[in-house]
Write a protein that binds this ligand. Structure first.
Ligand code: KIV
Ligand code: NA
Length: 266
């Protein structure tokens, strides 16, 4: 199988093709999504909420993420594996960003890293890219800055739209291979896609981006509760698994499980 490289994603945009990215935090989902043709697997810091049960994405550490990155890299035959740099692991300096990105590549086996950025991070992105590590620049709503941004809210409304577009341009100039845009007004995201040559990926950023990304537990209904507007639900795994667990418990209590075919009777 031909591995997906950043050059293939750049070529997709030039040819007017779209591609899909999903989060993954373990070996088996990485295999499933990879074999389904998903081009990029993101080991997001959303693992903090979706795997570790944290209240936000702010608390997950590099040490906690590296084993997850390793599991996804092991499960991916073809997909590009991107590791999020967690909060606090790159903000201090370009040097800190390089050191953390190197760990994700070297200890985790990632093929690229993602950083949540604004104009302040131009030098951080440049340093990591120049170290030979592909950087995805995450703009628009950046969950690690939730408290500075005043909560989960759509970005790019009013005057701020032009600022987001400018940040995207600066990131391309700094050497990012891709721009990821989260919860951004569709027209602003479309303008970013138009003005940068590198491919863009959206989540709640409309349909003009080269790629789309979703968090897999959201799209497959593993997580319960109210979903963001941009989530399209493709399955209801919470109910499927809960129904199975209930049926299993009932079988155990009634003695229906284990049946003859599940036993070693001779
Ligand atoms: O961590 C994550 O899941 C992400 C996506 C929402 C883009 O950053
Ligand atoms: Na993230």
């Amino acid at each position: 199988v031909r591995k997906i490289r950043t050059v293939h994603l750049a070529a997709a945009k030039k040819q007017g093709e779209k591609f899909a990215m999903l989060t993954s935090y373990d070996y088996l989902t990485a295999q499933i999504f990879d074999s389904a043709g998903i081009e990029i697997l993101l080991v997001g810091d959303s693992a903090g909420s979706n795997v570790l049960g944290h209240e936000s994405t702010l608390s997950i550490t590099v040490d906690q993420m590296i084993p997850l990155v390793g599991a996804v890299a092991a499960g991916a035959q073809r997909a590009l594996v991107v590791a999020d740099l967690p909060f606090g692991s790159y903000q201090q300096s370009p040097e800190q960003a390089v050191a953390t990105a190197v760990r994700m590549m070297k200890e985790g086996g990632a093929h690229a890293v993602k950083m949540e950025v604004n104009d302040y991070f131009v030098d951080h992105v440049r340093a990591v890219a120049q170290a030979g590590i592909p950087v995805m620049a995450h703009i628009g709503f950046t969950p690690q800055s939730e408290h500075a941004l005043g909560g989960y809210r759509v970005q790019g409304r009013g005057e701020t739209g032009a600022k987001v577009v400018e940040t995207a341009r600066l990131m391309e100039e700094a050497g990012a291979f891709c721009i990821l845009m989260e919860m951004l007004r569709s027209d602003v995201a479309a303008e970013v896609e138009r003005i940068v040559e590198i491919p863009t990926i959206g989540i709640g950023a409309g349909g003009a981006t080269t790629g789309q990304v979703l968090v897999w537990q959201d799209m497959f209904g593993l997580r319960q509760g109210k979903m963001a507007r941009f989530v399209k639900q493709y399955a209801n795994l919470f109910d499927t698994i809960q129904d199975g667990a209930r049926a299993y418990r009932a079988d155990v209590r009634s003695g229906a499980y284990p049946a003859a075919e599940h036993r070693f009777d001779d």
